[in-house]
Design a binder for this molecule. Structure first.
Ligand SMILES: [Zn+2]
Length: 282
């Protein structure tokens, strides 16, 4: 399989042919940067880890060149940084026993362009080869521009699939901006409680990002614990780690459903919930 960027990298940890690795994929994550997969889709990684009947594949759209750098990475050039991040993502795939990880290596400006045929053709080729039943995307209310653009490019590609080949469930997950603000009926609970050591080691793989002064390793564990604890005030915690997701399946089923309208309806339900509770006690 050929991808449009010269720097694209495909890695299959168990050395099976790429076509076979994609064909066995049941859980697929399309993410903007190296480490986003491990932050947003640990649920899928854990569901497939150590299994022969379920396989997780991750796709990273950008080349990782624009990341902040400090410590031993402070003087790395963009090219050196790309190589470090590519290697980190491969290590995470090996540790997580992914079916495959594909790093498409597009500059983020290309991902942000709605007219980028290269991104669309790469994603279309992957989606045609991956019969995943569940797909993890960035969510449309994320506050990182590249994440939102990545979500839009992914949605366009999913909508380009014949209806019968579209995944059964498509989820928008938390990275930059959590989804605790969704009203409870709009929340999809991804239980990340399994194998906490694996979850920690996966995030810990991305030392170049943590060395940049961001303790993602502690922050992600903290967010998952907070999500689990603050989910319901009266029940004991069923899960010890939770990632929230937005159900994006309606956007994939109905290509005429406008993304803005769909997202605004979630915001409107939050506003109605807040206002109704205030009015109840006045
Ligand atoms: Zn990111």
């Amino acid at each position: 399989m050929k991808f449009s960027s010269f720097g694209a990298d495909v890695y299959v940890p168990d050395n099976r042919p790429v076509a076979e690795a994609l064909a066995r994929t049941t859980h697929l994550c399309l993410a903007a940067h190296q480490d986003d997969i491990e932050i947003m889709a640990y649920h899928g990684i854990a569901e497939c880890h150590g299994r022969k009947d379920r396989w997780f594949t991750g796709v990273v759209l950008t080349d990782g060149s624009g990341s902040p750098r400090a410590g031993k990475f402070a003087h790395h050039t963009d090219e050196q940084m790309k190589a470090v991040r590519r290697a980190e993502q491969r290590r995470a795939a090996k540790l997580g026993q992914y079916s495959a990880v594909i790093q498409l290596a597009h500059p983020s400006t290309v991902v942000k362009s709605a007219r980028s045929a290269a991104v669309h053709s790469d994603l279309a080729a992957i989606l045609h080869a991956c019969p995943a039943r569940i797909v993890y995307l960035h969510n449309p209310a994320d506050k990182h521009d590249t994440h939102v653009a990545c979500f839009l490019r992914s949605l366009e590609a999913l909508r380009g699939l014949p209806k019968a080949k579209r995944p059964k469930q498509v989820l928008g997950c938390e990275v930059w901006r959590n989804l605790d603000w969704l009203v409870d009926p709009d929340k999809v609970l991804l239980d990340d409680s399994a194998q906490p050591e694996l979850a920690a080691r996966l995030i810990g793989t991305f030392q170049s990002q943590i060395a940049g002064g961001k303790r993602y390793d502690r922050a992600i564990a903290g967010r998952r614990l907070a999500n689990a604890t603050f989910h319901t005030s009266h029940a004991t915690d069923q899960a010890s780690a939770v990632t929230w997701a937005m159900d994006l399946t309606p956007l994939v089923v109905d290509e005429k459903l406008a993304v803005e309208k769909f997202t605004r309806a979630h915001l409107d339900r939050l506003r109605a919930d807040v206002v109704a509770r205030l009015q109840k006690f006045q």
